[in-house]
Design a protein around this ligand. Sequence first.
Ligand code: ZN
Length: 192
Amino acid sequence: MNTAKETIGWRCARRNVNCKAVIHTLKTTGEFSRWNGVFHYHTVDPNEARKREILGTIKKRVLDEHIPVKIIVEQEYRKANLSTEEKRIIPLPSKIESELHKTRRRALPPVPRDQKFVVPPVYLETYSKEPFLIYDKRKSQYGGRLMIFASPEQLDVLFHSDILFADGTFRVSPILFEQLYILLGMQHGEGV
Ligand SMILES: [Zn+2]
């Protein structure tokens, strides 16, 4: 039986000290399968492990969520409730934010060059998986492509408003588009 294909090899993450400890776990159950017999070359550093865990969580959230990087870092650092010792080795938010911005930018689709672009799925729905792009057509009478974005909840507010506000702006329209047109409805005395 060829066990190589049925297991996953895990090498120690401490590459900086060239640690060669490797274990294998079963792909099916995740259970321990075997160990290469090499002991770790270094002592266990719980602070280092904690740091990796926190930074790993932050990186994952930066890719999955679209709230500002700064807020994610602040939230995770606060949640971690760091000890004095841990604070000493955890990088300052300002030290990791620019790299996280780069990580997020690399994961985003490239900026379209003309109006014929395909909208990536992430922009078609809201976070609660409701439709967000509700109209998307190119017609000569529009002079190009018309895209309408609204969640069901926003439409509900709009349809139940006695007063509607409309605002068309050319100044802040996205590149490749002529105009950005916004419809607002009133809810609890506020325009939303
Ligand atoms: Zn190791």
